[in-house]
Write a protein of this length. Structure first.
Length: 413
C-alpha cells in the first residue's frame, strides 16, 4: 500500500492528527498574516483544538462535537478562525471515513453547516451568499473526500473477498478434479486387477481339486494363495462400492473404509502374514482401536500392512518387529520398529499401498505427520493421527531408509 493510502487507513488516526496539528502550528508561526500576528485568544483556541484532536482521535463523533464548539467560540471572539475551521472540517472527514451508519455522517454535516452559518447571520445578502458558497470547501470537500475513501475501501474489501472466494472455488474444483481422476483410475485398476486376480484364484481352486495327491505343504501354499486372492477380490469390490457411493467418506481422507469391529482381526491377519514370511512380530494393540472411526481405522490397517511389508522386504527373516497401536485422548499413536539389517526374505506378505510416500500422504490427509528413520538398532516408523475434530498441520517430508551403495532404494509394496 502506498503512503497516501496508509495515511487514510482506519488505524492511522493518530498519525493524521499529528500531521494536522503540525500544519496548524506552521500556519500560526510561519505563514504571514495580513492583519496582525495571532492573538493570545487565537493561540488558546488553536492549542485547545490541537489537544482535543490528539486526545480523542479514536472517537470521531466526540472530536467533531468539541471542534464544532471551539469553532463557534472562535467565530465570536477572533477574526481569523482558520485553525478551528480546519479542525472542525477534518473532524467531519474522520466521521465520514469511519462512521458505521450514514445517518451519523449527515447529522455531523448538518451540525457543521449550522455552526459555519453563524458567521454569516446578519450579513448582507451578497455576503451571506458568499458564506453559503464557502460551505462547499468547509463542509462539502471533507464529506466528498470521506465518501470517496469509504467507497475505495469497500471496493478493496470486496476485491479481497472475491479473490478469496475464487481461490476457494479453484481449490474446490481442483479437489473435485483429483477425486474424479482418482475414481477413474481406481475403477480401471479394479477392472484390470480384479480380472487377473479372479483368474488366479479360479486356477488355484481348480488345481486344488485336480491335484489330489499333493504334498501337504504344497496344499497349504495353495490354500494360502487362494485365501489371499479371495480377500483381495473382496477389498476390490468394497473399493468400487465406495467409489460409486462415496457418502460418509470425507473428501480425500480415504477411498475405502473398514468396519471398526473388524480392525483388530484385520491387523492380526497382517501380522500373521508377516510371521509366515519369517518375521517375528510382537504386537501391542489397544482394545480401543475397535471403536475408531472407519477412516482412521483403515489408515491404521494400511500403515501396519505397509510397515510390516517393509520389514519383511528389507530387514531379513531373523528380524524382530514390534507394532504398537494405542488410543490416547482420542488420538491414535502408531509405531513399528525393527532390529533387522539383513537381506530380503524369499516370501513377502502383501502390502496395501505405495511405500513411504503413500503412507505419508495418507497420514497428512488425516492431519498427522509421519516420521521414518533409522534407530540405534534398526528402523522406526511412527505417527500420531489426531482426534476426528483436530486438524494438525502436515509435517515435513521424512527421510527415506538409507541403503548400502549399489543396492536398490527400498520401497514399500
Amino acid at each position: 500500500m502506498s503512503w497516501p493510502g496508509r495515511l487514510f487507513d482506519m488505524r492511522e488516526t493518530l498519525v493524521r492528527m499529528v500531521l494536522l496539528d503540525l500544519a496548524g502550528l506552521g500556519y500560526l508561526l510561519v505563514v504571514p498574516h495580513s492583519t496582525s500576528t495571532p492573538t493570545a485568544t487565537q493561540w488558546i483556541l488553536a492549542v485547545l483544538a490541537f489537544t482535543v484532536g490528539l486526545a480523542v482521535h479514536r472517537w470521531p463523533v466526540v472530536n467533531l462535537l468539541a471542534q464544532a464548539a471551539l469553532l463557534a467560540v472562535a467565530i465570536r471572539l477572533v477574526d481569523d478562525f482558520t485553525i478551528n475551521q480546519v479542525g472542525a472540517s477534518w473532524a467531519l472527514l474522520e466521521i465520514t471515513m469511519r462512521a458505521r451508519r450514514p445517518r451519523t455522517i449527515w447529522l455531523a454535516t448538518a451540525l457543521l453547516v449550522v455552526v459555519d452559518l453563524t458567521d454569516s447571520i446578519g450579513d448582507p445578502p451578497r455576503r451571506f451568499a458568499s458564506g453559503v458558497v464557502g460551505l462547499a470547501l468547509e463542509v462539502g470537500v471533507p464529506v466528498l473526500l470521506g465518501l470517496v475513501i469509504r467507497a475505495n475501501r469497500e471496493l478493496g474489501r470486496q476485491a479481497v473477498e472475491r479473490a478469496v472466494a475464487e481461490q476457494r472455488q479453484h481449490a474446490s474444483e481442483s479437489r473435485a478434479a483429483r477425486a474424479d481422476e482418482r475414481s477413474a483410475i481406481a475403477r480401471e485398476l479394479h477392472d484390470v486387477v480384479a480380472h487377473h486376480v479372479a483368474s488366479m484364484v479360479l486356477r488355484v481352486g481348480v488345481a486344488r481339486h485336480v491335484l489330489t495327491d499333493l504334498d501337504p505343504r504344497v496344499g497349504e501354499v495353495f490354500d494360502d494363495v487362494h485365501g489371499t486372492g479371495t480377500a483381495a477380490l473382496a477389498e476390490l469390490r468394497r473399493l468400487v462400492a465406495v467409489l460409486r457411493n462415496p457418502d460418509g467418506v470425507r473428501g480425500d481422507a480415504a477411498l475405502t473404509a473398514i468396519e471398526p469391529s473388524a480392525l483388530p482381526a484385520a491387523i492380526g491377519a497382517s501380522i500373521d502374514r508377516a510371521r509366515q514370511a519369517g518375521v517375528t512380530v510382537e504386537a501391542d494393540l489397544d482394545p480401543a482401536i475397535g471403536s475408531l472411526d472407519a477412516v482412521r481405522g483403515m489408515a491404521v490397517l494400511r500403515l501396519s500392512q505397509e510397515a510390516l511389508t517393509n520389514v519383511a522386504k528389507h530387514a531379513g527373516t531373523s528380524t524382530l518387529a514390534r507394532l504398537v497401536v494405542a488410543v490416547r485422548d482420542g488420538s491414535v499413536h502408531w509405531e513399528v520398529t525393527d532390529n533387522g539389517r539383513g537381506g530380503a526374505p524369499a516370501e513377502v506378505p502383501a502390502g496395501g499401498g505405495h511405500g513411504i510416500t503413500g503412507m505419508r500422504e495418507r497420514v497428512e490427509v488425516l492431519g498427522g505427520r509421519l516420521e521414518a528413520g533409522p534407530t540405534d538398532t534398526g528402523w522406526r516408523v511412527r505417527t500420531v493421527l489426531p482426534a476426528v475434530a483436530a486438524h494438525a498441520p502436515a509435517g515435513s517430508v521424512p527421510r527415506e531408509r538409507e541403503t548400502p551403495a549399489g543396492s536398490p532404494a527400498p520401497e514399500l509394496a
